[in-house]
Write a protein that binds this ligand. Structure first.
Ligand SMILES: C[S@@+](CC[C@H](N)C(=O)[O-])C[C@H]1O[C@@H](n2cnc3c(N)ncnc32)[C@H](O)[C@@H]1O
Length: 261
């Protein structure tokens, strides 16, 4: 079984929970979630496992669509925040079950326990071994023909130091380029979060090429059945400078993979 990795996520849990709030931040609301929810489709009555659930923003959204939701995250403080946010909701309780757990070790769930496993911006934060362990555990806990749907940084265009925007003005024409290096390599990306003025904390994410995702899913018994490249909503374009460029070149993608047998 893959080893549990050290997390920057526990250290930035307070900041991340505040940033996401009850409904998710601008990046989630205006860029990441719409494509993920479109690929997920109808979830009413389905048993859904939200892997790497963070503060539960997506779990709550899916529970409101009448899915029976379980959330799992490795950072205890984020799980506690998810539970606290749900306990403060006014109205019908959502009944989400939460567990502190490594996505690569889901021993508390029996084989075939879920119809859908979803993972929103979680796979990118797992080492190759952990992500491959998570794919295998996902295939085990899914029912026959169950679906794994995840959103991640787009492997072809991501990278803090290995990809950059080039906005070139030629006469009346503006061309947006995305230049990319080291695409085929596997490497760490250090993400700096400005948690307070002058105070930065780090999390690590991992780049690997697109073929690694398809091959690793296939090895786990999951075949890719849908692929979407996230487009920014108008809200995002209005409020974030990168919006217009992301409209031309996607920085995120959603992959659906179905259990083969
Ligand atoms: C970018 S956050 C996304 C959180 C949430 N899904 C969202 O979209 O707001 C990445 C999450 O992955 C979790 N995580 C990282 N490695 C994990 C692992 N091996 N098992 C479970 N959760 C993990 C972190 O604790 C963190 O909550």
């Amino acid at each position: 079984m893959a080893q549990q990795q050290t997390l920057g996520w526990e250290e930035i849990a307070d900041y991340f929970d505040g940033r996401q709030g009850d409904e998710g931040d601008l990046w989630h609301r205006g860029l990441i979630n719409p494509a993920l929810l479109r690929v997920l489709g109808e979830v009413s009555g389905q048993r859904v496992l939200d892997l790497a659930c963070g503060n539960g923003a997506l779990a709550r959204q899916l529970a409101r669509k009448e899915a029976k939701v379980t959330g799992v995250d490795l950072a205890p403080t984020l799980v506690e925040r998810a539970q606290r946010r749900e306990s403060r909701l006014v109205g019908t309780p959502l009944g989400i079950a939460y567990h502190v757990s490594d996505a690569a070790n889901l021993g508390q769930f029996a084989a075939g326990s879920f119809d859908v496993v979803v993972c929103n911006m979680g796979v990118l934060d797992m080492t190759d071994d952990t992500a491959q362990g998570a794919f295998k555990e996902t295939a085990r806990v899914l029912s026959a023909k169950g679906r794994f749907v995840f959103c991640t940084q787009h492997p072809c265009f991501e990278g803090n130091d290995t990809a950059a925007w080039v906005v070139e003005k030629m006469g009346r024409t503006t061309t947006v380029w995305r230049k990319v290096a080291r695409y085929r390599e596997h490497y760490e990306i250090v993400n700096n979060w400005r948690v307070a003025p002058g105070q930065f904390l780090q999390t690590i994410s991992y780049h690997r090429p697109l073929s690694w995702f398809v091959g690793s899913l296939r090895e786990a018994g999951l075949a890719v059945t849908a692929f979407e490249e996230n487009e920014p909503a108008e809200e995002f374009i209005q409020q974030d400078n990168e919006g217009a460029w992301i409209k031309e070149i996607p920085l995120h993608c959603v992959i659906e993979a179905r259990k083969l047998a």
